[in-house]
Design a protein around this ligand. Structure first.
Ligand code: MF3
Ligand code: CO
Length: 250
């Protein structure tokens, strides 16, 4: 069942989502060569705490950290570590979910570390664009796969591939609600979108093939061919016209 949120619930998800946006923005400012992913974890915990929120990820199915930090060929769900030092030319995906007043916002952004190759900068741009292509289709009376198809068309048209093993999702009191939102597929399939639905749309895009594998830590998903991977995510609310993007700072 897809939960339709009341205006009051939407404003609570909005507050959680603003904290996500602030966290992602402030973490983006500290990313420099030499920082460890554990440093970012500590900073994230501080920012979330100072906003009187808690991580929606820590403890979720046993996930051990406040956010996910995925470097280079890591797609999603990377675990912060004091041994993982970011270096010039890396890319790093930060995925942040917070709970505020019982409601969750979920967002992700991929940042370059120092100076990154032109080709990798293009991967980031195309993945970010594909998120906004998906959001354009997130409108009342469209169907879920209209979002999926729009993302896939943009990504594959640019020569990259869309990860299939992980999907976007509804979000609210729970981190993962219905519907699932694949980042690929034919248009005009799946549930019809309605005003008051809140969705986390999150394309994960690989420079090479779409296949992924999960490392022995049980969490970190990596590209099988070792290619770079990017991830951008917004929590959005379906309205009567354009979707409202909740995980952004105005
Ligand atoms: N944004 C991701 C998702 O929706 C992050 C979940 S990580 C977990 O799946 F640790 F909480 F599982
Ligand atoms: Co998500």
């Amino acid at each position: 069942m897809i939960i339709i949120k009341s205006d009051e619930e939407i404003s609570k998800i909005g507050r959680a989502s603003k904290i996500v946006a602030e966290t992602l923005m402030r973490l983006g400012e500290v990313i420099v060569p030499g920082i460890t992913t554990r440093d970012i974890e500590i900073r994230a915990e501080d920012i979330i705490k100072s906003n009187k929120a808690t991580s929606a990820f820590k403890g979720y199915r046993g996930y051990p950290a406040n956010l996910c930090i995925s470097v280079n060929n890591e797609v999603i769900h990377g675990i912060p570590s004091r041994k993982r030092v970011l270096k010039d030319g890396d890319i790093v995906s930060l995925d942040v979910g917070v709970i505020y007043d019982g409601y969750i916002g979920d967002g992700a952004w991929t940042y370059p570390v120092g100076k990154v190759s032109r080709e990798t900068m293009r991967l980031l741009a195309v993945t970010r664009e594909s998120l906004y292509k998906g959001i354009e289709k997130a409108r009342a009376n469209n169907r879920v796969s209209d979002i999926s198809h729009s993302i896939q068309t943009h990504v594959e048209g640019c020569g990259y591939s869309v990860v299939r093993a992980f999907v976007g999702h509804g979000v609210g009191r729970s981190l993962h609600e219905e519907p699932q939102i694949p980042n690929y597929g034919l248009p005009n399939k799946g549930p019809r979108l309605k005003k008051g639905m809140v969705l986390a749309i999150e394309p994960m895009v690989n420079a090479g093939g779409y296949e992924v594998a999960v490392l022995k830590d049980g969490w970190t998903a990596v590209t099988v061919d070792g290619s770079m991977s990017a991830h951008f995510e917004h929590t959005v609310v379906i309205t009567e016209d354009e979707a409202g993007i909740l995980t952004q700072l105005n």
